[in-house]
Design a binder for this molecule. Structure first.
Ligand SMILES: Cc1cc2nc3c(=O)[nH]c(=O)nc-3n(C[C@H](O)[C@H](O)[C@H](O)COP(=O)(O)OP(=O)(O)OC[C@H]3O[C@@H](n4cnc5c(N)ncnc54)[C@H](O)[C@@H]3O)c2cc1C
Length: 349
């Protein structure tokens, strides 16, 4: 019998696992992949994450691993008009770092703190008993008193418990790939508003760039073809994909069930904040589990996103309607704050 079972070894799950295990709880973490693994993400680590990374004791290791200190964001409108907004310079900057590297550091840290990590293990069913959860996987059955869903935007835990909200009609799809960094990218993120959706390009260290494309399924082929041509990518380039990009939020805790990161709330990828929210909500969840105070997690989770939800809506609108995004670029030339609003990358150090 474990005290806490965590499903998902992304930043939310591993943060929660490390902090619970460090306090003496018996922690199980099930992860369906074998690490290191890449995933659909822009690979930009927002400075909001640093405090929690310090608490986990991994900041030094993250900074020793290959990465790029990001210096600015360049926004491109539909007409090619562009605007560069510098990122604050700081010893705790925004980083371009692959998820393969970042997530492996966080997973190993949870293991070092004493969590029992089972990789290549997929949760397949859940039974709730009066005093515990029974969890079945393709690699055995487990029991735990508390269950943490840290399994991302398509949370299996939420689906198996009948909590996953239905997909919004005509939802967008995200594509991601890595390739040799194009000339001139240096240390800036590029965000391009496109007729079909948007593209994000960021350097991630060792001469590699991350490219993300976001569009509705009807435009996927053409946005991908344009990117292949623009960046001279081979036809057999490996692309990862994910959907949905938007989803209704779920209650972060109820009756020994806890949800962290994307499983609880998905933010617009354009803002580049999802990893930081996952890490911070994982830390808040661990604190509440250890204190046996679910109401504390409800309040802290609400505060974590407070003041950012309307920005998230604005960013989403700018992505859904590229004319609006282009308007922001033009307006931003006169009032740079307009673009600062769209991404916290720009306002926090
Ligand atoms: C196109 C795009 C670009 C993005 N760019 C950025 C960015 O630049 N910066 C940023 O901060 N955020 C970005 N995000 C968001 C970010 O990727 C997520 O917010 C973040 O990964 C959430 O972390 P998490 O720990 O909640 O879940 P995840 O990182 O999704 O981890 C969930 C884990 O659960 C595992 N899992 C799932 N189901 C099961 C199961 N049944 N059994 C066992 N394991 C399971 C998965 O294998 C996975 O490892 C982007 C998202 C998209 C779609």
């Amino acid at each position: 019998m474990f005290d806490v079972a965590i499903i998902g070894g992304g930043p939310g799950g591993t943060t929660c696992a490390a902090l619970c295990a460090a306090s003496g709880s018996r922690v199980l973490l099930l992860e369906r992949s074998r690490f290191p693994r890449e995933k659909v993400c822009g690979d930009c680590l927002n400075p909001l994450a640093w405090d929690a990374l310090d608490k986990l004791g991994v900041s030094g290791e993250v900074l020793c691993s290959p990465h790029i200190k990001l210096e600015g964001v360049r926004f491109f409108g539909l007409d090619g008009d562009s605007l560069r907004v510098p990122l604050p310079t700081s010893s705790r900057p925004e980083l371009g770092i692959t998820r393969g590297r970042l997530d492996a550091i966080l997973l190993q840290n949870a293991r070092n703190k004493g969590a029992d990590i089972q990789e290549e293990t997929t949760l397949t069913s859940i039974k709730r008993h009066a005093s515990h959860w029974q969890l079945d996987s393709d690699n055995g059955s487990f029991s735990a008193r508390e269950l943490v869903a840290a399994d991302g935007r398509n949370s299996s835990v939420a689906r198996l418990l009948g909590l996953l909200p239905p997909l919004l009609a005509n939802e967008r799809i995200g594509l991601q790939t890595h390739f040799h960094s194009p000339d001139g990218l240096h240390a800036d993120i590029e965000l391009h508003f496109l007729r079909e959706g948007y593209a994000g390009l960021a350097p991630v260290g060792e001469g590699t760039a991350n490219l993300c494309l976001v569009s509705r399924s009807r435009d996927l082929k053409s946005i991908k073809a344009a990117a292949i041509q623009k960046y001279e990518l081979p036809e057999k380039q490996t692309w990862r994909s994910i959907t949905p990009l938007s989803r209704a939020a779920l209650l972060p805790t109820q009756e020994s069930l806890w949800l962290v990161g994307d499983a609880a709330r998905v933010v617009e990828p354009f803002t580049g904040e999802g990893i930081a929210y996952a890490i911070r909500s994982g830390a808040l969840c661990a604190e509440a589990i250890l204190a046996r105070r679910p109401e504390r997690y409800l309040a802290a989770h609400r505060d974590l996103y407070k003041g950012r939800l309307w920005v998230n809506q604005l960013a989403r609108a700018a992505c859904l309607y590229p004319e609006l995004g282009t308007g922001f670029v033009r307006f931003g030339k006169v009032f740079p704050q307009a673009l600062r609003l769209l991404t916290r990358k720009v306002v926090r150090s």
